[in-house]
Design a protein around this ligand. Structure first.
Ligand code: HEC
Ligand code: HEC
Ligand code: HEC
Ligand code: HEC
Length: 194
């Protein structure tokens, strides 16, 4: 049976819960927005080469003056529930895994990072494929392409995927913002032995 004092306690608990939830929401929401800033990414990724390479590509600087930032390509966005889940998971990774490895210094030299790049790239590509290159499509769309103005091989390929589907942007367009890392040699040898 609920007595008045316990009702009060329940009220305090619920009220407190809502308040904590609200504070959590505000911190989390703005925290999420802050984690999208390119400065933050660069604060860790400046030395490892990915930023230097990106600065040489049209995604950093082009005649139209439209820039794709790290988060535009790497952090899932969109308005559906699955988008939200993907975004949350990506933020958790950047918020915890990246910081963890950074703190314990797993890849604290350029060499160590370089050795791990191939694996990371595969992981990134796999994630983009799973999302059907959705982040690319926030800026690019097949419908908006002036296919006639594209080169021969681009127009042929794009016409084909428009008609037949089956392929997604990242299947053909890796290495657009960084030099695509090569597969490590030992690994190739292992494959040959098998
Ligand atoms: C605190 C330092 C730090 C910050 C800030 C940071 N990173 Fe990282 N990042 C790392 C480290 C260390 C790794 C390698 C270990 C790992 O996979 O987490 C990494 C790995 C990655 C990878 C490869 C992950 C994979 O799938 O294997 C991507 C992509 C990436 N970071 C993008 C970003 C972007 C985009 C931002 C900004 C929104 C960012 N990082 C901010 C330290 C950081
Ligand atoms: C924030 C917007 C934006 C996002 C996100 C974006 N792009 Fe781009 N992309 C551009 C702009 C702007 C250009 C340069 C256009 C020009 O040349 O003026 C470009 C150029 C390109 C080019 C031609 C130049 C080159 O580097 O080969 C390809 C291919 C391309 N993007 C593919 C992709 C793919 C694949 C993704 C997703 C992984 C992607 N883009 C994400 C805006 C974006
Ligand atoms: C079957 C392979 C294939 C797929 C899938 C594909 N492309 Fe391409 N694309 C090409 C080829 C080949 C070129 C010409 C060479 C190059 O720029 O890499 C090209 C060129 C481009 C260019 C530069 C065009 C120019 O003339 O400046 C952009 C931008 C582009 N693709 C975006 C995309 C986007 C966005 C998607 C996903 C909706 C996509 N592509 C899917 C093969 C493909
Ligand atoms: C136009 C889209 C795009 C932009 C902008 C972009 N990346 Fe990437 N990134 C990719 C793709 C695609 C890969 C997968 C490997 C490849 O194709 O090069 C990748 C791979 C990576 C990796 C894995 C290691 C490697 O060498 O492949 C890291 C780390 C990374 N990006 C960090 C960043 C950071 C930090 C920024 C901003 C300074 C950034 N990226 C900007 C598309 C992008």
């Amino acid at each position: 049976m609920l007595t008045n004092p316990s009702k009060l306690a329940l009220g305090v608990l619920l009220g407190g819960g809502f308040f904590a939830g609200f504070v959590f929401f505000v911190v989390f929401h703005f925290g999420m927005a802050a984690t999208n800033s390119m400065d933050l990414c660069i604060s860790c990724h400046e030395m490892d080469g990915v930023y230097e390479e990106y600065k040489k590509t049209p995604h950093y600087s082009n005649p139209s003056g439209v820039r794709a930032t790290c988060a535009d390509c790497h952090v899932p966005h969109g308005k559906t529930f699955p988008d939200w889940i993907d975004k949350f998971l990506a933020k958790l990774t950047i918020g915890s895994k990246d910081i963890y490895h950074h703190t314990i210094g797993t890849y604290d030299t350029k060499e160590k990072f370089k050795a791990a790049r191939y694996e990371m790239a595969q992981h990134v590509i796999e994630n983009m494929r799973k999302r059907d290159s959705k982040e690319c499509r926030f800026c690019h769309s097949l419908e908006a392409m002036n296919i006639a103005e594209q080169g021969k091989s681009a127009s042929r390929k794009h016409k084909r995927i428009m008609e037949e589907g089956g392929k997604t942007c990242i299947d053909c367009h890796t290495g657009i913002a960084h030099e695509e890392p090569e597969e490590p040699e030992e690994k190739e040898d292992d494959d040959k032995k098998e």
